[in-house]
Ligand binder design. Structure first.
Ligand code: CA
Length: 233
């Protein structure tokens, strides 16, 4: 898939990180805008098709940038965070970030996150189905098939899979999942979510203990792996 003419704004105060991000994105065909501060980032945001946003910035923080942006814009935002900043990631997702990338980042993973975020925002057109590994998942019903063979999911499992498929390749927070699936967020429902994920893994994964399709985002939620591009023609 061509990156087209998408311009990505990198808001990051560390020059080495900015340069590494710029190199990875330029190599993949994206245009780059750079901002060393949140203020600068907000000024350039109009020109961006996607924003990579560091959370720890001098002056206004990445959180403030995100909040300000979300007042007027649905531009995809991927936050850059440290390894052990789970609370910051959760807060950023709650504020409307689409995803996060943990520093130090793997270029391949970064690009996969960027593609997933751009695809989800492309014209707001949610595809009717996504191809995830060997499975085709209907994003309206959660119906899942492997080739011609339907995977037998309970109604609850199908709703769970549907929610993840609608944000294919992006994290979906535990709170969001539990509230939509059960209407309330409490420890019992969070445990029920773990049981539900386990059941789905038993149906989708070669080894449910080493998932390759339905990934756990530690302390945060779940993520379906990035969808494969639709077959040409
Ligand atoms: Ca920083």
């Amino acid at each position: 898939m061509s990156s087209g003419s998408v311009t990505i704004l990198v808001v990051e105060d560390s020059k080495p990180v900015r340069m590494a991000l710029g190199a990875a994105l330029t190599a993949a065909g994206y245009g780059i805008l750079e901002a060393p501060s949140g203020e600068d980032g907000l000024q350039q945001a109009d020109g961006a098709g996607l924003i990579l946003l560091d959370l720890g910035l001098p002056g206004i923080s990445g959180f403030e940038v995100l909040e300000t942006l979300r007042g007027t814009s649905q531009v995809p935002v991927i936050v850059l965070s440290g390894l052990d900043e789970t609370d910051a990631k959760i807060r950023a997702l709650d504020l409307g970030a689409d995803d996060y990338v943990t520093k130090p980042f793997e270029p391949g993973e970064l690009l996969a996150r960027v593609r997933a975020a751009l695809r989800r925002h492309a014209g707001n057109s949610q595809p009717d189905s996504v191809q995830v590994g060997p499975f085709e998942i209907d994003t309206v019903t959660g119906e899942t098939r492997r080739g011609e063979r339907p995977v037998r999911l309970s109604p609850m499992e199908a709703r769970f899979v549907r929610m993840l498929a609608q944000r294919c390749g992006q994290p979906v927070g535990t709170k969001t999942l539990v509230q939509e699936l059960w209407g309330a967020d409490n420890p019992e429902q969070r445990q029920a979510l773990r049981v539900l994920a386990r059941k789905v893994r038993c149906k989708l994964e070669k080894d449910p203990d080493a998932p390759e399709i339905l990934l756990t985002e530690p302390r945060l939620g779940y993520r379906l792996i990035d969808a494969e591009p639709a077959a040409a023609g």
